[in-house]
Design a protein around this ligand. Structure first.
Ligand code: ZN
Length: 257
């Protein structure tokens, strides 16, 4: 299993070296794409990922730093299918979005691009709710709502964290959380890798939360001002607190688990 960090920034203004949140999990030559911040497909393609290996796109919530690149990702997948006329069969892509209203707006926007965005494959859209989101026999993804974003009229959760299980390993993707304790049920008895957002909380608070948990490796992503403004100091702090099991992620970092 490989983790490809495509965008490692929280919802900041544009940065030269960090784009908004996105990470692709590679298993058995398929890509499971978590969040789609601005520029994610541009970064992924140019670091050598084949966007036609994208099997599922799973959005944590519909804030712009998590969904701003989804239209381009779908557009680039279509572009590549057109460029590769010899392609035997592209099975289409499954897209999971917690706020289903967003699908209609996105498809409307895409329909006004080239050729009404007609594709010779399917873009299949699904909502997100608690429980097993997908299980294709190789990769299982389970959704857990968190308190980052709730539809106030109905109390319906609109933000999710995900547990990914494949090849005997488990990865927790936090998305954005209201509190780190939102992750208690997602981590459960432990995980091999925790991809944790630091956009809303700093490294110290993350350490206090993680220190007694059975988490083998910690990857800081969706990085906020503490890490952006003091990269060297943050690296030193993570090295001191996490003693080699913590990594501050940068865009285009690939990690093999
Ligand atoms: Zn965010």
């Amino acid at each position: 299993m490989k983790l490809h960090f495509l965008g490692t920034c929280a919802g900041t203004e544009p940065m030269l070296d960090r784009k908004h949140a996105s990470v692709a999990v590679e298993c058995d030559k398929k890509l499971y794409w978590f969040d789609a911040g601005e520029g994610c497909s541009y970064t992924g393609h140019n670091m050598g990922l084949d966007l036609l290996d994208v099997k599922n796109i799973i959005i944590s919530h519909t804030h712009m730093d998590h969904i701003g690149g989804l239209g381009n990702l779908l557009w680039n997948i279509r572009k590549l299918t057109q460029m590769r006329s010899e392609l035997p069969h592209f099975d289409g892509v499954d897209v999971f979005i917690p706020n289903e209203d967003s699908k209609d707006g996105l498809l409307k926007l895409l329909s006004h691009t080239e050729e009404n965005f007609c594709c010779d494959y399917e873009n299949r859209f699904y909502g997100v709710q608690d429980g097993v989101l997908l299980d294709d026999g190789k990769v299982k993804v389970t959704a857990y709502h968190n308190t980052h974003l709730v539809r106030w009229e109905t109390d319906k959760p609109l933000s999710y964290s995900y547990r990914i299980e494949a090849e005997g390993k488990s990865v927790v993707y936090s998305g954005d959380v209201g509190l780190y304790t939102d992750l208690d049920p997602v981590i459960g008895d432990g995980c091999d890798a925790l991809l944790i957002e630091t956009g809303h909380f700093g490294i110290d608070i993350a350490y206090d939360y993680i220190k007694d948990k059975n988490v083998k490796r910690v990857f800081f992503t969706h990085n906020g001002r503490e890490i952006i403004n003091d990269r060297e100091g943050s690296l030193a702090k993570v090295a001191r607190l996490f003693e080699g099991r913590g990594t501050i992620c940068e865009d285009t970092l690939t990690v093999e688990l």
